[in-house]
Design a protein around this ligand. Structure first.
Ligand SMILES: *Cc1c(COP(=O)(O)O)cnc(C)c1O
Length: 428
């Protein structure tokens, strides 16, 4: 008699963002296909959150699987200092072609947090190498840039970061320029830019994911970037969540006329297949590290920097990203989300609906709101009982699906969100 995955897991594993004492047992997944996950006890879930925002083409995609398997039989890994390989070269060439024109160099790491760490360190050392005392970073209130110490430092101070507070470096926080608040943000930024010690501004372009899919316009972001760049302040676009189609274009920065100095990618980069991070930089930043003086080197790297298998997964994902059908799917989902959002307008229980491309967020009208609100767990369970994986952030529920999700599957997800609304209306 074999015990289930779920039972065995509970004896040995420690899960992320999970209170292990009170969390329900984990659900054992044996297989994935398209937007669907299959459980060990014969259930199915539509993965409406792309497994923490990473899966963009659907699970176990045959094209990515084939490319990864070929790579595994060719070269699984090689040290990336002093050596290089085809997947890393080709991926850098192809990624740079898709990005704003000023992006000139690719630096590899393992995940979104490290992509951010690398960008922050490059920005700070850019000034250091020139002997300039610019050390302060600007970030948005409510932002999330990862769980390592530097990434935590530029993120919202919250219950997540509380135990580490004294080790987080000081950051200047700006309010998010949500509709109606643009001038407040602009005025605060202008005041900060009068100072001499500002090194860089890091932001999640158009959508602050973990904050609850908080959205703001490309026009106001363009204006903020223009102000920074006029003062020579570096701007860092954290596209870890928004990259590779999420916002309806390939990148959120495709909505902008300003170009970031540094960009961070992970999540959708490999189609959700392998852990990989990329930080890209402008030529000017790269050049500031060139010197006969060895101390100006970028002393940063990871054992698995530019892992060939992860790069191969990313190349296969890019094959799909570059197809016309990729953009068509983004449009199809965007139009579908917008139509559903319109049906919710003014209905009881709905505070506000927000949408940017393939991301739709519904904020429910509830009394007191907090991440730990018990309603959140009720909504989560309601979705699971109906065969849909949705992970509400407090009283905000969002859909962020793999782009292969069918219209019928989308309708099912919307149906569950309607049921959630009914539950909210009954509870308040
Ligand atoms: C998820 C996320 C990160 C961190 O990425 P990890 O791979 O989870 O370390 C950083 N920035 C943004 C905007 C994210 O959404």
């Amino acid at each position: 008699m074999h015990n289930s995955l779920s039972e065995r897991d509970q004896l040995v594993n420690w899960h992320p963002y999970t209170q292990m004492q009170t969390a329900p047992p984990p659900i054992g997944i044996t297989r994935g296909e398209g937007a669907v996950l299959f459980t060990e006890d014969g259930r199915e879930f539509i993965d409406a959150v792309s497994s923490w925002w990473v899966n963009i083409h659907g699970h176990a995609h045959p094209h990515i699987a084939e490319r990864v398997s070929q790579q595994l039989r060719t070269l699984e890994h090689v040290i990336f200092a002093g050596f290089t390989h085809a997947p890393a070269v080709e991926l850098a060439e192809r990624v740079l072609k898709l990005l704003p024109q000023n992006q000139a160099r690719v630096f590899y790491s393992d995940n979104g947090s490290t992509a951010v760490e690398v960008a922050l360190k490059m920005a700070l050392q850019f000034w250091f190498n020139q002997g300039k005392d610019k050390t302060k970073i600007i970030a948005f209130e409510g932002s999330y840039h990862g769980d390592t110490f530097g990434a935590m430092s530029v993120s919202e101070r919250s219950v997540f970061t509380r135990p580490f507070q004294q080790y987080l470096f000081e950051v200047e926080f700006l309010p998010v320029p949500v509709p109606g608040e643009e001038e407040l943000t602009t005025a605060q930024l202008e005041k900060l830019l009068d100072r001499e010690d500002i090194a860089a501004f890091i932001f999640e372009p158009l959508v602050l994911g973990t904050a609850g899919m908080v959205m703001y316009s490309p026009e106001v972001l363009d204006h903020l970037l223009e102000l920074c760049r006029a003062k020579g302040i570096l701007v860092i676009a954290d596209e870890v969540m928004t990259g590779f189609g999420r916002t309806g274009k390939r990148f959120a920065c495709d909505y902008l006329s300003q170009e970031p100095d540094l960009m961070c990618f992970s999540k959708g980069l490999t189609g959700g297949t392998m852990a990989l991070g990329v930080t890209t930089s402008s030529q000017a930043i790269y050049d500031s590290f060139l010197s006969e003086d060895k101390t100006k080197t970028f002393f940063h790297g990871h054992s698995y920097t530019a892992n060939p298998v992860a790069c191969a997964a990313s190349l296969a994902s890019l094959d799909l990203v570059e197809k016309q059908s990729f953009l068509e799917n983004l449009d199809r989902i965007s139009v579908s989300h917008a139509a559903f959002a319109r049906t919710l307008e003014g209905k009881p229980g709905i505070k506000v609906c927000r949408q940017t491309g393939t991301i739709l967020a519904i904020e429910f009208e509830v009394g007191q709101t907090s991440y730990f609100h018990s309603l959140r767990d009720q909504l989560y369970n309601l979705a699971l009982e109906n065969g849909v994986l949705l992970r509400p952030l407090g009283n905000i529920v969002y859909v962020l699906p793999p782009y292969c999700i069918t219209n019928a599957q989308l309708e099912k997800v919307y149906g569950v969100m309607e049921q959630m609304r009914n539950l909210v209306v009954q509870a308040f």
